[in-house]
Design a protein around this ligand. Structure first.
Ligand SMILES: Cc1cc2nc3c(=O)[nH]c(=O)nc-3n(C[C@H](O)[C@H](O)[C@H](O)COP(=O)(O)OP(=O)(O)OC[C@H]3O[C@@H](n4cnc5c(N)ncnc54)[C@H](O)[C@@H]3O)c2cc1C
Length: 655
């Protein structure tokens, strides 16, 4: 029987390219493994955490930097070089560089707090801070550079003497980053081995002001000149003085106000310019994927965190000061509904960022979780932004001093598009990589088949079947797993079991999953919602944070997860297996709308939550500061009237 199943599975296994295998193997796992198993390991989830508080000194440096730079776009701006110098001098360009190279290495949580605060105030400044601290020259050099490269480049990157950028994508290689990538050919020139590269890159952040450029290209060695005979995707470093290099044009990404541009030209480099030297030729994709496994879980979620908190807090005060029809707009249910959605999503971003930072700080590199965080936080931040803008209405549309939306609205699509565009990340990567990486048995079974190892295959297959049966039994008989839990945790655990069962049935579709992206995308959403919900449980456990809000957020996530579980079962294409799935469909319970009114009153009056959100953002001199001041004034006073009039003022320009 096993031989029959072995041969059947062999037929449905998709053909996986080498680049995909590398991407699949990059990074590790964390609690995503337990979600695929169907049962959370609370001992691991609740393992002790380290306190991570910004030092007074760093906080002062950060606050004074933000006051100095203000809210304006940093590019085009004739002060951009001074701004980069300030960032370097204060240690904000070297948060991932070791102290021994002059860096200011700090925990992921602290990096995230700093980036969130900058993003809450000046998103363009956040981008120029974020890039040197994420996937690029510094990160690659630290992991893979030769000693000489590290000693030369890292101290200068730490001070900001070198401003880095990293060029991977071009007109023909966007999402398929290494598909039609620039090529480099090995040649002998004046009896020395050289690499001749044609560069045509676009969208490269910081390129217009960069003097240390990381490039990725496909190396070919047609005359077999290299000793080790290596070829393939390679990453190298060039300086802006490199002969033949053209840094001549910039893009304008939606007036979001940061440097972004092209890298072109025909250049000749030495093999020593490859990061890590000649031995790393052909290792570029692996190097990039390994670093991306961590990187995408930090900076972009931090920016989503900062912008969401600023917007939600400002709208919270605004709806309690703006009146129409002689009542506060916050008392109108349609406004309330949008605001509650904003608040719930902001809190979900907050707790999931904290949990993910903690996982990354423990040394784990969970690639599926970081993909979830990148996609989910940037997407939820966009929802928050859109809802907030609807509420701020005319003031959010017209450019002017009190319109804080324009800067966030312009910057929001950047996070959605870069480091794996969200459409692709949701539809292809999260669940696909989850099956291969987080699932305890699928990749081992795949390897057993590749290696023709029937003996190991039997063991893994039996374990998989045991896991499925066990999960079905737990669902039917919720004792002892599901007792003594509060309502939302109980619901979450049930859905974890259902997701685990369902993922095995979806895996039967084999290679078709790559095309069936509506199924894969909805499975990604279920997995993501479950991960986010565990972050709420985790946060409540460690920080004793608000229980009412936690319960509401989990219910919100589970409602969506249950709808999508049902949706996938209804659309499952294999009739026999579909019958086995019907019992796990959920009879969705609908929310009592009156609860939203109660939640609104609770949020508006909760000082503790107010403090948490305000502490994570910078709002000196912004409309939020004005609104907070307004809330402290006597509503019948003249000062109140004057300040209110100032707040509702919209930009006016002479004809
Ligand atoms: C402001 C900005 C900054 C950037 N910074 C850098 C940088 O510093 N360095 C760098 O190298 N690059 C950078 N990029 C490039 C960025 O990584 C690419 O824009 C991104 O990979 C998407 O490529 P594309 O824009 O060509 O879209 P396309 O690849 O053409 O994709 C179009 C759409 O199709 C979807 N799609 C594509 N393939 C699939 C698939 N298999 N399944 C499902 N959906 C799919 C995508 O999600 C997208 O929605 C930047 C881009 C921007 C806009």
């Amino acid at each position: 029987m096993y031989k029959f199943i072995f041969n059947k599975i062999k037929k449905i296994i998709p053909k996986i390219s080498e680049t995909e295998i590398i991407a699949l193997k990059s990074g590790g796992t964390s609690i995503d493994r337990y979600i695929f198993e169907g049962k959370m390991n609370y001992k691991q989830l609740f393992s002790p955490i380290k306190k991570n508080i910004l030092s007074k000194n760093t906080e002062n440096e950060l606050n004074s930097l933000l006051k100095l730079t203000g809210e304006n776009n940093v590019y085009p701006n004739n002060k951009i070089n001074d701004i980069m110098k300030e960032l370097g001098n204060r240690g904000f360009l070297s948060m991932i560089i070791d102290k021994k190279y002059g860096g200011n290495r700090m925990s992921i949580e602290l990096q995230s707090q700093i980036l969130s605060k900058i993003s809450s105030y000046n998103p363009s400044l956040a981008v120029v801070t974020m890039v040197p601290n994420s996937l690029g020259p510094a990160e690659l050099l630290q992991h893979y550079g030769t000693d000489d490269q590290k000693k030369y480049f890292l101290p200068k990157l730490s001070t900001g003497e070198f401003i880095p950028c990293f060029g991977l994508t071009g007109p023909n290689n966007g999402s398929d980053a290494v598909g039609e990538i620039d090529e480099g050919v090995v040649e002998k020139i004046n009896n020395k081995i050289k690499i001749k590269i044609s560069l045509n890159k676009r969208y490269i952040t910081l390129a217009p002001i960069s003097n240390l450029i990381g490039i990725a290209f496909k190396l070919k060695d047609p005359e077999n000149l290299l000793k080790n005979n290596k070829k393939g995707i390679t990453v190298a470093l060039i300086q802006n003085s490199q002969p033949g290099l053209l840094l001549e044009t910039y893009h304008n990404p939606n007036n979001a106000g940061f440097p972004n541009g092209t890298i072109k030209g025909n250049i000749i480099i030495d093999p020593e310019q490859v990061i890590g030297g000649e031995k790393n030729i052909g290792e570029g994709w692996k190097m990039l994927m390994e670093c991306l496994a961590v990187g995408r879980g930090v900076s972009l979620p931090a920016t989503a965190n900062g912008s969401s908190k600023f917007i939600t807090q400002t709208i919270k005060y605004y709806i309690n000061s703006r009146k129409q029809f002689n009542m506060y707009i916050g008392d109108m249910e349609s406004v309330k509904e949008k605001f509650i959605d904003m608040y719930i999503n902001t809190w979900i971003i907050h707790t999931s960022v904290k949990l993910t930072n903690n996982i990354l700080d423990s040394g784990k590199t969970p690639s599926v979780i970081t993909a979830i965080m990148k996609q989910q936080t940037t997407e939820r931040a966009r929802t928050i932004l859109n809802n907030g803008m609807d509420i701020y209405a005319g003031s959010g549309i017209c450019v002017g001093e009190n319109n804080f939306f324009t800067k966030f609205y312009n910057a929001s699509p950047v996070g959605i598009t870069v480091e794996g565009s969200n459409t692709l990340t949701r539809g292809l990567i999260i669940f696909g990589q989850g099956l291969n990486k987080s699932h305890p048995y699928i990749f081992p079974l795949f390897e057993n088949i590749q290696e023709n190892n029937l003996y190991e295959f039997k063991k893994n297959f039996n374990n998989l079947i045991k896991n499925i049966i066990n999960n079905y039994l737990c669902l039917i008989n919720p004792i002892p797993n599901l007792i003594n839990k509060n309502k939302s945790q109980h619901r979450l655990e049930k859905n974890t079991l259902k997701f685990s069962i369902l993922s095995n049935f979806v895996a039967i579709l084999g290679g078709k999953i790559k095309q069936k992206q509506m199924i894969s995308g909805n499975m990604a959403d279920i997995l993501s919602n479950i991960y986010l919900a565990y972050s709420l449980i985790w946060h409540h456990h460690h920080f004793k944070s608000n229980n009412i809000l936690k319960e509401e957020c989990i219910e919100y996530l589970m409602q969506d997860a249950e709808y999508k579980i049902n949706l996938i079962i209804s659309n499952y294409p294999i009739p026999f297996f579909k019958l086995l799935l019907y019992p796990i469909k959920t009879n969705i319970k609908y929310k009592n709308l009156e609860d939203k009114n109660k939640l609104y009153t609770f949020i508006i009056n909760n000082e503790e939550l107010n403090e948490i959100l305000n502490n994570d953002i910078f709002y000196k001199g912004t409309v939020l500061e004005k609104l907070i001041n307004l809330s402290k004034l006597d509503k019948s006073s003249k000062d109140y009237k004057l300040l209110y009039e100032d707040i509702i003022k919209v930009g006016e320009y002479k004809l």
